[in-house]
Write a protein that binds this ligand. Structure first.
Ligand code: G
Ligand code: G
Ligand code: MN
Ligand code: NA
Length: 249
């Protein structure tokens, strides 16, 4: 496949880059965390991860790519104010390699970044595969002080049982619930309940895809910890993000 061939070259040609989207903590209206989002600049267009991450997963290329993402994101975070963490998305395939924990350790060490400043986002499909090894790796990472977040919460079939399988630090409520928050009573009830559930489990809750003041005010009333979305900020170039963080500091 041409995407595969292109992707093999992409790393050597340095066509991969990260965008950074800040998350706003509602307790003190400051940036708590920044999510690193992968982009591929190829043939005069920018290819979003939805188009190439699946290919990278099928071919195993996600392992070296994911390692690059970890190093790059940790290096960026090392230059940010101390209170700001970086969140990196992990593919389930990255857990199937032997030494994910070692990769994380070396990315942190190389960047001289405290483990408590790193968050790893995983989706529900992750826990479907090799549960025991995966859970052990997650515990080891958490033991180091790295935070583990469940991404896209509510889109899989087993969201609730995963909350029992592993003590997540954070749940990110999928943005599909936010999209019809103001028009559908059921979406509103679900978001409210999930935020309450997160609170009672001692987890941080994030509302993804917040695009309007109306959505913000609803999730704020429900007690959500932080928001992510175009209303506060789209994904930014690293230099723009760094300026935003330093102007806030
Ligand atoms: O940035 P964007 O909205 O296009 O991202 C779409 C999806 O791609 C998101 O679900 C996100 O989790 C995933 N994604 C973004 N960056 C990475 C990455 O570095 N690694 C993996 N595995 N997934 C990513
Ligand atoms: O699945 P994950 O949470 O990793 O996806 C993050 C993606 O969501 C990013 O690629 C980002 O571009 C996208 N995103 C961030 N904020 C918004 C938003 O307010 N609205 C929409 N539609 N997408 C968003
Ligand atoms: Mn994510
Ligand atoms: Na998500």
């Amino acid at each position: 496949r041409s995407i595969e061939a292109g992707l093999r070259m992409a790393m050597q040609r340095e066509e991969l880059r990260l965008m950074y989207q800040p998350l706003l903590g509602l307790e003190n209206n400051r940036v708590t965390c920044v999510e690193a989002l992968l982009r591929w600049d190829h043939d005069e267009r920018t290819i979003p991860p939805n188009e190439f991450v699946p290919v990278a997963e099928d071919t195993g290329l996600i392992v070296p790519i994911g390692e690059w993402v970890l190093h790059e994101a940790c290096r960026a975070a090392a230059s940010w104010p101390n209170g700001v963490r970086v969140a990196v998305n992990l593919s389930p395939v990255q857990f199937r390699q032997k030494d994910l924990v070692g990769q994380v350790r070396s990315a942190l060490a190389e960047a001289r970044l405290e483990p408590t400043r790193l968050e790893l986002e995983i989706t529900e499909s992750l826990l479907l595969t090799d549960s025991e090894a995966t859970i052990a790796a997650l515990h080891e990472l958490r033991g180091m002080g790295v935070r583990i977040c469940m991404d896209d919460f509510g889109t899989g079939y087993s969201s609730l049982s995963y909350l029992r399988s592993f003590p997540f630090d954070k749940i990110k409520i999928d943005r599909s619930f936010m999209a019809d928050l103001t028009s559908r009573d059921d979406s509103r009830a679900i978001i409210k309940a999930v935020i309450g559930l997160g609170q009672s489990l001692g987890m941080v809750t994030t509302a993804e895809g917040v695009e309007t003041e109306e959505q913000l005010s609803l999730v704020r009333d429900f007690g959500v910890s932080e928001v992510q979305g175009f209303l506060f900020s789209p994904p930014l170039q690293s230099s723009t993000l760094a300026n935003l963080l330093h102007s806030e500091a």
